[in-house]
Write a protein that binds this ligand. Sequence first.
Ligand code: NAD
Ligand code: UFG
Length: 338
Amino acid sequence: MKTILVTGGAGYIGSHTCVELLEAGFAVVVVDNLDNGCEEALNRVERISHRDLMFEHADVRDKDSLDRVFRDFPIDAVVHFAGLKSVAESVSNPDLYYDVNLGGTIALCEVMESHGVTDIVFSSSATVYGISSSEPIPEYAETQPAQPYGKTKLAAEQHLQTLCEADERWNAVCLRYFNPVGAHPSGLIGEDPKGIPNNLAPYLTQVAAGFRDKLMVFGDDYPTHDGTGVRDYIHVVDLARGHVQALEFLADQRGFMPLNLGTGRPYSVLEVHAAFERAVGEKLPYVIAPRRDGDIAIYFADTAKAEMELGWTAHYDMDDMARDAWNWQSKNPEGYKS
Ligand code: NAD
Ligand code: UFG
């Protein structure tokens, strides 16, 4: 049985990936500083999978703690989720974002190498492409992220690429996620945002739950079919399964590879809103508001390379995403505190 270190495994995407890894027969060790994750999520991962995992409360920048983890467990490969993800916070505090997202990746790689572990799957983001990309976006599109968050993700990718080019033992798959939404169909784990959600799907479920009055649709004058912003939303379980397939792919010598994870099927804000109304079975109030600073009209993935390299495609559609997001929200109105 292979043992996988999952950094950031107590977070949204990490917890769903732990379930898929355990169900696929891997042993799992989670390192998380619980900055934005929750230990209860890990308890629930064990409930869903009927398997135990190991948890170390530690920061990925703390090399002594990481070193202890590698000495205590026979780690074969790493899935690296631990990081900060708020675009707005990265603008106000770029040093912190470079420290955690790039510094954390460098520290992790140093400890991995000292223990002879050189296979890594990294959580990157479609935001590395920036604003002037083609649609759909292939992996060879130019990378020019517009904000510090995206720049830290690209810098971490470049660090991994440099390692792979310098030493053939290193293998890295950088998964560039589009817009992850939804929750595990059990309703036991899901997205648990702190404060007012920035993102569309958790905002909609909080409107449905009565915590927010109405959705603000940020702009209806974009050059899209209904004027609202268009994105590539992907069910978090599909995303999680992509990580398992990336690990299996890495088992052969592969070098450095960036891969998009999206559905390739774009949806507008109003189409997402309509799917959530169907899932909830009620009207969800909304108003048209001004465009949000920094938003772009259309962003969706060319998924051909992930399909070719990993044999991976997304299976869930927008109605599944809305159903599972609402199932999680309605069963856990206060998130993991419920
Ligand atoms: P999340 O905040 O729910 O999970 C991140 C986890 O990392 C949390 O449990 C947090 O406590 C932990 N963490 C943060 N800093 C740490 C540190 N220094 N040491 C140890 N643990 C630390 O976020 P998520 O949505 O699950 O995202 C996971 C990864 O995917 C992140 O790297 C994020 O940048 C990337 N990503 C997310 C999205 C998205 O929309 N959710 C999109 C693209 C990429
Ligand atoms: N939107 C609304 N109202 C809201 C929230 C969002 O109308 O209350 C709209 C946005 O304008 C956009 C769409 O819904 O058109 C999706 O917005 P999200 O905030 O859910 O997602 P983004 O695509 O803007 O951002 C995501 C990640 C970022 C990442 C970015 C680019 O959250 O971390 O993709 O990859 F940087």
